[in-house]
Design a binder for this molecule. Structure first.
Ligand code: HEM
Length: 401
């Protein structure tokens, strides 16, 4: 690992040479130890695909309950451990997964598809009338509407939910949401708690009603469990989907031949979506805490040590992915780990794929051309990666089909 580099510093992930740094670390093959810094403990850094899979599939040896991102795992831990799926292990986690599977079932997905389609239609058709559009802001509305629709969050509250979620993720924004992620998190949790309380007396066909009627290991879900898992859906599903759309579209704009193939209907949209997921690797890393001694990449990892797995590097590992630096919308197979791997594999994967494909289909339907209207801005975060702001100018198709 290059001297003086701190992978827990968001600025490191904005460096122009970050891809070269990852390539060198993969080449080297040994996992690297990041020294402690202030209140942040030290942690292992994993860059290779095979080693990433080894950790993610070994939930006996690598626990999530200490926090599944560095911000929590290497600092104070996660207060939602044992309640919220991403930071729960073992039988409790398996029970939560069964509930999440009901919430994100094919029938709920089918239901959501209709509202995602109409949101995408409104977004693109409204956006194309404006001279310059920030695609990052446009794409943000889709996943918020989708998840809020799934959970039954009223339309009038959705901008607030998005603002709070972005504050939790430390995404800079102009609006008046608390800048401190801890305050924003508390506010979002409070909002969800009030919504759950209201829904108790007013059940519907929404996700919160499903959770209210669900049990974990024979006991009805508690309010706290419901609130924390709604929070996890919002946290897990909004920014990741938006960044995948924005980063993928940016890659296409930079490659007019690719853009042309996608827009003409010549390309397989499902394969294009997979490549957007790999290319964007929106969840840049995942964290685990070792619970047993393990040997990985020539190093011994001891119980209690924190391990960070970098999807953003693993998805570009030339040992697994042919010509990884090529944005190849025909790539098959495409075994990226943008959705993770093992017990915590993203349960919203089908939902996210549907949203991204719907957005692309709507762009194809309404837009004749697109060009950059300013410099794209990369998100400043250690967890989230990709293009945050993407100013573009659209040319609308002459007439709607
Ligand atoms: C492109 C969009 C998305 C990406 C890149 C993404 C990525 C991920 C990754 C990498 C994990 C694994 C976390 C870990 O192993 O610690 C995960 C878990 C999770 N995701 Fe997603 N996700 C996306 C969209 C969604 C959506 C749309 C939803 C909800 C509808 C969602 C809900 C969740 C939940 C609840 C978990 C925790 C699962 C568990 O711990 O068992 N995600 N996601």
């Amino acid at each position: 690992m290059p001297d003086g580099l701190d992978f827990a510093d968001p600025d490191v992930h904005q460096r122009d040479d970050i891809r070269a740094i990852w390539r060198e670390m993969r080449e080297h093959g040994e996992i690297a130890w990041q020294e402690p810094c202030g209140e942040r403990s030290g942690f292992w850094v994993i860059a290779r695909y095979a080693q990433a899979i080894e950790v993610l599939r070994d939930s006996e040896g690598f626990a999530s309950s200490g926090g599944n991102v560095l911000d929590t795992a290497a600092r104070q831990g996660d207060s939602a451990a044992g309640y919220m799926a991403p930071v729960t292990d073992g039988t409790g986690h398996r029970a939560l997964r069964r509930v999440l599977a009901r919430l994100l079932s094919p029938s709920m997905l089918g239901h959501a598809r209709l509202s995602v389609e109409s949101t995408a239609r409104d977004l693109i058709d409204d956006g194309v009338d404006t001279a310059v559009v920030d695609l990052g802001a446009t794409a943000a509305v889709l996943p918020v509407a989708a998840i809020c629709g799934l959970l039954g969050v009223p339309v009038s509250d959705r901008a607030r939910v998005l603002g709070l979620a972005r504050s939790v993720l430390a995404v800079p924004q102009e609006q008046t949401f608390p800048a401190d992620p801890r305050i924003a998190r508390a506010e979002l949790i409070q909002y969800l708690a009030a919504l759950v309380s209201r829904r108790k007396h007013d059940r519907g066909d929404d996700g919160i009603s499903i959770l209210l009627d669900s049990s974990i290991q024979g006991r009805p879900m508690t309010d706290h469990q419901i609130v924390m898992n709604c929070y996890s859906l919002i946290f897990g599903g909004i920014e990741t989907t938006r960044l995948t759309i924005t980063t993928g579209l940016h890659a296409m704009i930079e490659r007019p031949d690719v853009w042309q193939r996608v827009m003409s209907g010549d390309a397989d949209l499902d394969l294009a979506v997979e490549e957007m997921l790999r290319w964007g690797s929106a969840a840049m890393h995942l964290a685990r805490t070792a619970t047993a001694e393990r040997q990985i990449g020539g190093q011994t990892i001891f119980p209690g040590e924190i391990v960070s797995v970098w999807n953003v590097s693993a998805n570009f590992d030339e040992r697994e992915i042919a010509h990884p630096e090529r944005f190849d919308i025909d790539r098959t197979p495409n075994r990226h780990i943008a959705f993770g791997n093992g017990a915590h594999f993203c349960p919203g994967a089908a939902f996210a794929r549907m949203e991204i494909a719907t957005f692309l289909r709507q762009v194809r339907h309404s837009i004749a051309g697109i060009e950059l209207a300013g410099a794209p801005r990369v998100i400043r975060s250690t967890f989230l990666g990709g293009v945050d702001a993407l100013p573009v100018r659209f040319t609308r198709k002459g007439a709607h089909e």
